[in-house]
Design a protein around this ligand. Structure first.
Ligand SMILES: Cc1cc2nc3c(=O)[nH]c(=O)nc-3n(C[C@H](O)[C@H](O)[C@H](O)COP(=O)(O)OP(=O)(O)OC[C@H]3O[C@@H](n4cnc5c(N)ncnc54)[C@H](O)[C@@H]3O)c2cc1C
Length: 323
């Protein structure tokens, strides 16, 4: 281990993404326990405004160029490779999000280093670095020793507290230029998705249904519950893929990020891609017949049982209670 750990700052549409602070927090801990510096790499257009939020790092490498607004994973990997080699970095940490997910495998093949995806924890054990990977949609966790203490890690969003990575302090910067890097693709424009019938990000109550609902005819029981408690229906991806509900109702990595006051997860397993979109809800109630379903790890209240029996019974009870 020589020149330490480097995280890739993720930002989109004028804001630093939470995953950046998650990575900064856990990397700070790791860097301190290994006695190495923590570097942040900030790439893009109009990015100097972000520097004041990166106070947890020891130094920020800044590469500003308008050609790098939403640079392609291949270009990003070329840039990271060049800094990794010239600065003697040992571990690169990136976010496991849609924005940066493509970078890890390309970088791994360019640097001939192991790529550890879906990291849920990173810790030291004596002289070793141990990474916990989340596999099979969260059903299995595996502990892996980072060989030679070198590699590329991709962090699962929501795995670490973002607050631990927040500090407003002026840190030294080093400006990096694009010399030797070929930018192969250019960002053109953002295309906003078409507005849906209901904006699920604005609802206080969401009744979300998953594959456990079995078929579209059973949507009626979720609608009945909404008829009593209010709110709107949302869903996991398989429900959308099967055309039971429109895309505007999808919660998760490739859907919407929601933070309602109350989130019902009915027959949803709790795969990381879904949890990413609803984990910050104030109160999560999960109904699932599998006691080992990962959704119970994020739920505040859980009912282990058949939703096809429980949901109609719950609706009836609530109806009576409301008079
Ligand atoms: C790049 C990428 C992006 C993705 N984006 C998203 C996304 O945005 N949103 C998303 O949701 N997923 C997304 N996914 C898919 C995700 O990985 C999961 O496959 C998906 O979330 C699973 O949906 P589910 O929980 O409804 O289905 P399953 O995982 O099949 O779970 C169904 C659950 O229902 C339970 N169940 C079955 N019958 C009953 C019953 N009668 N009563 C109670 N419980 C019952 C089962 O025990 C099970 O836990 C993405 C995947 C990838 C690779």
């Amino acid at each position: 281990m020589n020149n330490g750990i480097m995280i890739l700052v993720e930002h989109l549409k004028d804001a630093i993404a939470d995953i950046t602070f998650e990575m900064l927090g856990i990397s700070r801990k790791l860097a301190d326990s290994l006695g190495v510096p923590l570097k942040a790499l900030l790439i893009g257009k109009d990015i100097y405004k972000y520097l004041s939020e990166l106070g947890i790092a020891d130094e920020v490498y800044v590469l500003e160029d308008e050609k790098l607004e939403m640079a392609s994973p291949d270009t990003m990997a070329d840039i990271i490779k060049s800094i990794y080699e010239s600065k003697g970095i040992s571990i690169v940490i990136i976010g496991g999000t849609n924005t940066t997910a493509g970078i890890g495998p390309i970088l791994s093949s360019k640097l001939k280093l192991p790529f550890h995806n879906f990291c849920k924890n990173i810790r030291t054990d004596g002289d070793s670095i141990i990474i916990t990977n989340q596999l099979f949609g969260g059903k299995i966790l595996s502990d892996v020793k980072l060989d030679g203490k070198k590699g590329i890690l991709s962090v699962n969003p929501g795995s670490f507290p973002a607050d631990a990575g927040k500090a407003t302090k002026v840190v030294p910067i080093e400006e990096i230029d694009l010399t030797g890097i070929e930018v192969k693709n250019y960002f053109n424009k953002y295309i906003e998705p078409e507005a849906g019938d209901v904006d699920i990000t604005k609802e206080n109550i969401l009744v979300s249904v998953g594959r456990g609902l079995e078929n579209a005819d059973n949507l009626g029981m979720a609608e009945d519950l909404i008829g009593v408690i209010g709110g709107a229906i949302s869903a996991s991806r398989p429900v959308i893929d099967q055309g039971w509900l429109p895309l505007s109702r999808q919660v998760g990595k490739s859907g919407m990020i929601v933070k309602p006051k109350l989130y019902f997860a009915l027959g949803i397993s709790g795969a990381p891609e879904h949890v990413e979109g609803m984990k910050d809800s104030d109160c999560i109630v999960a109904i699932n017949k599998d006691p080992a379903a990962p959704i119970f790890n994020v739920a505040h209240y859980g009912v282990c049982g058949d939703l096809l029996e429980i949901v109609p019974a719950l609706t009836e009870k609530l109806k009576v209670k409301k008079g």
